[in-house]
Structure formats: C-alpha cells, structure tokens
Design a protein around this ligand. Structure first.
Ligand code: ARG
Length: 457
C-alpha cells in the first residue's frame, strides 16, 4: 500500500508503478537515506516532538535495515517508488508506530535533496582521489622520461621539439583544474535542505542547524523553496565530470595516435589492449577509445539535466526525479575513466628512439634558425623569409635543415657562420626554452616539482 493511500481509492497499476519508480536508481542512496533519517529522528526527540524511546527504536530499526541491505537480504519492492519509501515502510513494518512518526515535519522533497547531496559530497571526494592517481601516473612517466624529445605539433603538423615529459605534464595541469572543479561541486552540494519539508518549512519546532551539524553539512539552505528545488549542485558535478572527461578524451586520442604504426611512440600494455576476432596480428587500444567514446555520454548527461530543469516552476516537480540517473552515471563513468587512464599510463612502454626519429623530420629547428639570424641583427620577419627559402630548398632536395651544408646557409645570408650547426641541435633547441613554463629540461624540472607539490600527501 502506498504511503499516501488515505486519499486514494485505487492503487497504481503495474505499468505506472514501474514508470513512476526511481528505486532502481536511488537504492544506491540507502546509506545516506538512513543517515538522514537518524539525524532527523534524533533532532525530533531533542526538540520534544517525538519521545526518546521512539527515536531509539527508529535508530535501531534503521540499523537493522542497513545491515540487511548490506547483507543483500533486504527485499526491495518496486511498489515502493523509491528508496525513501522502501526504508520507511519497512521500518514501520518492523517497529510499528515509532516508525510511522519518523516522517513528522519531513517530506520526501527535502529528504531526497538531502540524500543526494550527502551522496554527491562523497562521490566528489572519491573522484578527486581517482584524479590524483592519474596525475601521479603522469608525473611518474614524466620523471622516468625526462630526457626524451618528441616533435611538438600545432595543427598536428611538426612544429618545435619538446620534452615528452613536458607534453605529459600538460595533462597534469588540466587534471589539477578538474580537481578544483570537483572540489567546487562538492562545496555546492555541501548545504542542508532538511527541514524545508515539502516546500514551505513546517510548523514543528525543527532545529535545522542541529541536523546540519549532525550530517556534516557546511550550512542549512536559507530558503525552503530553494532547498527542495535546487539541483545546481548536480549540474556543477556533471559539468566537472564532463570537462574532466573531455581532458581524458584528448589524452586518449594522443595515446591512440602514439600507439599506431605511423607514430610508434608508445606501446600500451596487453592488459589495456584487445585483439581482433579475425585478424590475428591486431592489438587495439580499445580502452583509450572507450574513454574517448564515453565522454559523449557524460556531456550528454549534462545537457539532459539542464533541459530537465529548464523552465521548471518552483518547487518540487516529478521531472526532478530524472536528476539522479545521469548524475550518478557521470560520476561512475568519470571514475572508471580516471582509473583506466591511470592504469594505461602506469603500464605503457615509451619508445624514445621513435620520438627522436620523428623529431628530426619536419624542420623543427626552423624557428631557431630564424632566431639565430634575428639575434645577429636581421629583423625577425626577414629572417623568417630566409629560413622559409632554406626549408623550400630542403623540400625540393628531400632533406632536412640539418643536412644542408654551411654554403647552402650562406647562399641565403652571409650572417650564417659555423655555429649554425649548434642552432640545429634538437636538445640545444629544447634546453634553450628556459622561460617559466617552457620546455627546457631545467624549466620542466621546476614544473615537475610544482605539479608534485599540488598532490595531497
Ligand atoms: N522519488 C522522488 C525523486 O527522486 C522522491 C521525491 C518525491 N516527491 C514527490 N513529491 N513525489 O525525486
């Protein structure tokens, strides 16, 4: 029988029961639901609204239910729309009137908002942990490959040589910002709606500050209508998950390219690769591709909830029941993707020679040759032109800048001298970029220390 059976002459049919239920999704919130109910019952007793004996019976009954859920012996019944009704009706079945007093001064509207906020605070912290694991993996690979040079690209065309470590560390900064966004989403969730009741507050002398403290929330939400209607905290979380997934999809795209025959920069471990059912030679970067692919779904979850909330009048509307599926999925997916990417990074093999071989192609020294002339007094634009002509010569001869003879250089400008050879050395080119945040070994060492110092100890 539904908790509102008093006003109804007919119960929902099997279809509407199933269609209206959120239990399959929100049963994951059982712990938070019980935690919230215990805090509410203790506060009701302290305020003299229920007896201490009833509060004790409620607490004990809820503990028994939690134990049964965790042992897998709790009989969930879809006739109870959601986790809140499942637990409350079972509690009343077990302890009678005391259980039926639990919902005094409370509505499922403030209850569901409370549970979801408690749950998401926890999830955000777990996502932050997974984020740190991936940053550690990136930092470890950077540290282990400090001397490896690769072609840096713009437009996916060879541009200038960079340290492979520098390239990997770029992702740690994206992830550090993702960590910050998750922390902000956690702060947004960290406010207590309990005591808002259905929408208007309640006539019972509830102490909202007491439940705020008992549940570990930073503050009570100051407006009862807002308390039951606000789902911004979920948007914030899904947004944080979406941006982080976007970053992972960029990283994975590079891992996919780097592990192709054309690049050959890395080999992913067997544990993070799959074979083909028909082509015996294949080793595919499925997991990197999956992360890239799952990003679409996570961003979709953000759009979905935004559209669900659009134009909803205050206060609670059943539309809002649609909030949890996408939010939980976004958090689950990001967590899996972070763990998967960390494992992939931790176990991949790096091929420095292949990176160096590619770095020698595509005239990566061109900017530095132009700088060489500019430092000898030629205006940079003129130097750019001279080097452009040298590159054209190389292209026609099918060689690289480093293959040209001193006479070839001097034919374009008398400013070229013997020391042009060192201007063509890739390591010297890399190590000359000593500006803060640059790719010189010294600058990358400093960056590495900064990236490490942001990690929690
Ligand atoms: N299952 C509902 C949800 O997840 C709980 C709140 C229901 N409130 C109501 N007035 N129907 O949104």
């Amino acid at each position: 029988m539904a908790l509102w059976s008093g006003r109804f002459e007919e119960s929902a049919n099997a279809f509407t029961q199933r269609f209206g239920a959120s239990l399959p999704v929100d049963k994951r919130l059982y712990r938070q639901d019980i935690q919230g109910s215990k805090a509410h019952a203790a506060m009701l007793a302290d305020a003299g609204i229920i007896t201490p004996e009833d509060a004790a019976a409620i607490e004990e009954g809820l503990d028994g239910i939690q134990a049964d859920i965790e042992r897998g012996v709790f009989a969930f019944d879809i006739n109870n729309e959601d986790i809140h009704m499942s637990i409350e009706s079972e509690l009343t079945a077990r302890i009678g009137d005391a259980g039926a007093r639990l919902h005094t001064g409370r509505s499922r509207n403030d209850q569901v908002a409370t549970d979801t906020r408690l749950y998401m605070k926890e999830r955000a912290a777990q996502l932050m942990d997974a984020n740190v694991r991936l940053r550690k993996a990136l930092i470890a690979q950077a540290e282990a490959n400090m001397d490896v040079i690769m072609p840096g690209c713009t437009h996916l065309q060879h541009a200038q040589p960079v340290l492979f470590a520098h390239h990997l560390l770029a992702y740690t900064w994206m992830l550090a910002r993702d960590h910050g966004r998750l922390a902000q989403a956690r702060v947004a969730a960290d406010a207590n709606p309990l005591g808002a009741a259905a929408l208007a507050g309640t006539t019972y002398p509830l102490d909202r500050f007491a439940t705020t403290e008992a549940l570990g929330f930073a503050r009570p939400i100051p407006n009862s209508l807002d308390a039951v209607s606000d789902r911004d905290f979920l948007l914030d979380l899904i947004y944080a998950c979406s941006v982080s997934c976007l970053h992972l999809s960029r990283l994975c795209e590079e891992l996919i390219l780097w592990s192709s025959a054309e690049f050959g920069f890395i080999t992913l471990s067997d544990a993070y690769s799959t074979g083909s059912s028909i082509m015996p030679q294949k080793k595919n970067p499925d997991f990197a591709e999956l992360i890239r692919g799952k990003t679409g779904r996570v961003v979709g979850n953000l759009m979905a909830l935004m559209m669900t909330l659009k134009a909803l009048p205050l206060a609670y509307n059943k539309d809002m029941q649609e909030d949890k599926e996408g939010a939980l999925d976004a958090a689950d997916t990001l967590e899996d993707c972070l763990i998967c990417a960390a494992g992939m990074l931790e176990t991949m093999t790096v091929h420095p020679d292949a990176m160096m071989a590619q770095a020698k192609k595509g005239h990566l020294a061109a900017t530095d040759v132009a700088d060489y002339l500019a430092k000898k007094g030629m205006p940079f634009r003129a130097a750019h032109e001279v080097v452009g002509r040298l590159v054209l010569t190389c292209e026609k001869r099918g060689c690289n800048l480093a293959d040209l003879a001193l006479e070839d250089f001097q034919a374009e400008s008398p400013l070229f001298e013997e020391d042009i050879v060192s201007a063509l050395d890739l390591r010297a080119i890399v190590d000359a970029r000593t500006t803060y945040g640059g790719t010189a070994t010294s600058a990358v060492q400093q960056q590495l220390q900064e990236a490490k110092s942001l990690l929690p100890t």
